[in-house]
Design a protein around this ligand. Structure first.
Ligand SMILES: C[S@@+](CC[C@H](N)C(=O)[O-])C[C@H]1O[C@@H](n2cnc3c(N)ncnc32)[C@H](O)[C@@H]1O
Length: 278
């Protein structure tokens, strides 16, 4: 669901770049359909265990007393990777309750109780004390608030010298193809160049530790290819259903954009250290 993936409207806009927090009632059906189509995926957005590990390697080693906040954790693929790679306690916050239940079941199955604490929550209204976390993590979800707004809103929850690691969609070229630009203007007009996001990192009160592009495989392997497999059964379950056909078509369009224009845009992992405490 991002990339241009979760809906907050039934108005014909597509899925991944949808904020599920402020949806009008008329959007409920489209949202339910999107969640149905996106159910059972290894991840709800682009990413991979290798990219999570690469970003984590940019952060100083964490002690067992450390706390990580994973914002917009989805069903927690990266949460579990973080738990395996660090000794920290991880608070995983997600708006969509079924995803939280899914993660909680995995946590029990993997005996990670006491290490991962999933909860339903809104990234806009986090209920934690100030200076509570050593590391804030957010893969494929900060777009729900916007890159700058998320970085600023979450900074008070970081301890001095705390780090934050997020992925954000970026232009890789100054002149994206017209069709691709049009798609993003509709889905996520806030998309910027990598350099523009680097500048935003500074003015939001952080120092950039490092950044890197996610490879195309991070979009396909655990995200788009499983969605493509879901699409067939989704269509069979909803014959003659116009809303379901629209959801399927929007999702296919997003995937087609990436198939054609992955040279022009993609996700970038930004790893930062806080410099200005609120
Ligand atoms: C693209 S998915 C990424 C999920 C996961 N981090 C991953 O990479 O697989 C974005 C997630 O943000 C969640 N989300 C959307 N708005 C939110 C909000 N206001 N607060 C918390 N989570 C939110 C969605 O439900 C979704 O699970």
């Amino acid at each position: 669901m991002h990339t241009a993936s979760l809906p907050d409207s039934a108005d014909g806009t597509s899925a991944h770049f949808r904020d599920t927090g402020d949806c009008p009632p008329s959007a409920d059906r489209a949202i339910d359909l999107f969640f149905e189509l996106f159910s059972g995926l290894p991840r709800q957005g682009p990413g991979s265990a290798a990219d999570t590990a690469r970003a984590l390697a940019l952060v100083p080693p964490l002690p067992p007393s450390a706390r990580i906040l994973d914002v917009g954790c989805g069903t927690g693929a990266q949460t579990i990777d973080l738990a395996r790679a660090t000794p920290a306690a991880i608070h995983a916050v997600e708006l969509h309750e079924p995803f939280v239940r899914d993660l909680a079941a995995k946590v029990r199955r993997l005996s990670l109780d006491g290490r991962i604490f999933p909860s339903v929550g809104d990234m806009r209204h986090l209920a934690f004390p100030p200076a509570h976390f050593d590391l804030i993590w957010c893969e494929g979800a900060i777009y729900n608030m916007g890159f700058d707004a998320g970085l600023e809103a979450w900074r008070p929850y970081l301890r001095e010298d705390g780090h934050i690691a997020v992925t954000e969609a970026c232009w890789f070229t100054a002149e994206p193809p017209h069709e691709c630009r049009e798609f993003w203007d509709a889905e996520y007009p806030a998309i910027r160049s990598i350099d523009a996001n680097r500048a935003a990192v500074r003015w939001c009160g952080y120092e950039l530790v490092g950044d890197f592009r996610l490879p195309a495989s991070a979009w396909w392997d655990d995200y788009y290819l499983p969605i493509c497999r879901n699409l067939e059964s989704f269509r069979k379950r909803h014959p003659g259903d116009e809303a379901a056909a629209t959801v399927a078509a929007q999702t296919e369009r997003e995937i087609e954009m990436f198939r054609r224009y992955s040279d022009a845009y993609g996700y970038v992992f930004f790893v930062m250290r806080v410099t200005t405490l609120s």
